[in-house]
Design a protein around this ligand. Structure first.
Ligand code: ZN
Length: 291
């Protein structure tokens, strides 16, 4: 087995805000204000990032990933809209997970704004279904719809005129994202990372954690290297005798807090599904071994 070095996270040197130190509301660039939802956890980091996107002076804004249906969060979003002198004209959602999508339909009704997402399950019966490659003319600007399946099947990213990309849970401000299982797909995830890399983003505005502006491509390269490294670790654990997902997780994620092990198990199952499809691993139910 080739020697694979632990990938180094370029963000370690960037001086990003410490966990819990992100401002509640901040203007990231003239087009974008971010409002942090009050739902921090091991999985959601500082909480869900809700974004307001609109051309200054247009009097309009698009809400991306409204997050949890929380009265305090809605009040913070309404204050941010007022500060932009804008009304909400549409609600876009990156993917179906509740920490991003829960408020979409109730707030769409509240604002009288259409909800748009990849699936009717999120957009609702009167919502708008988004297709990859579409360019949405909204709030005095243009928003490009970019397919980013992997974390979930329905995941979309939104590319702004400034070159910044709203990446939802495809890339997080800290650490790495989870490829869910069975819905997620490691091969699709890697393709989606390369797709965003090829856009040459000026910034990544993540679903959780701080904005990544210094060298977005370096983060995407780290994510690709990290996935390759995890795959290498899974194969190593199997070669060393691990015979189940739980045993692999206990080996590969030994230094990760236990509250994150269920997510680690999902990513491990997704990695194993890729390795089984490639004929490198055999699986029967929960038992796994090298092919
Ligand atoms: Zn998610």
């Amino acid at each position: 087995m080739p020697l694979v070095e632990t990938p180094l996270d370029p963000r370690a040197r960037w001086g990003l805000p410490a966990p819990g130190a992100m401002p509640r509301t901040v203007e990231l660039e003239p087009l974008v204000t971010r409002v942090l939802a009050p739902n921090p956890s091991g999985m959601t980091l500082d909480g869900t990032n809700t974004y307001l996107v609109g051309q200054p002076g247009s009097g309009q804004a698009v809400l991306v990933d409204p997050g949890p249906d929380d009265a305090g969060h809605l009040a913070a979003v309404e204050a941010a809209l007022a500060a932009r002198d804008a009304r909400c004209v549409a609600v876009l959602v990156t993917h179906h997970h509740g920490d991003h999508a829960e408020a979409a339909l109730p707030w769409g009704t509240h604002f009288g704004a259409q909800v748009a997402a990849a699936t009717a399950a999120v957009a609702g019966p009167s919502g708008r279904l988004l297709a990859p490659g579409e360019r949405l003319a909204l709030a005095g600007t243009t928003i490009g719809v970019v397919a980013t399946p992997g974390h979930t099947l329905d995941h979309l990213a939104f590319r702004l005129e400034s070159g910044a990309v709203l990446v939802g849970d495809h890339v997080l401000g800290r650490g790495t994202s989870v490829v869910t299982h069975p819905e997620g797909d490691v091969v699709a995830y890697l393709e989606s990372l390369r797709r965003i890399h090829d856009l040459g983003p000026s910034a990544l505005y993540c679903g959780h954690g701080p904005e990544l502006t210094e060298d977005p491509r370096a983060v995407l390269e780290f994510y690709l290297a990290h996935r390759a490294y995890r795959e290498h670790q899974v194969l190593e654990a199997l070669a060393a005798g691990a015979g189940s997902v739980d045993e692999i997780v206990a080996t590969v994620y030994a230094e990760v807090p236990r509250e994150l092990w269920p997510a680690a198990a999902q990513s491990t199952r997704a990695t194993l599904a890729k390795l089984v499809a490639e004929g490198r691993v055999e699986s029967d139910g929960d038992g796994v071994r090298p092919a």
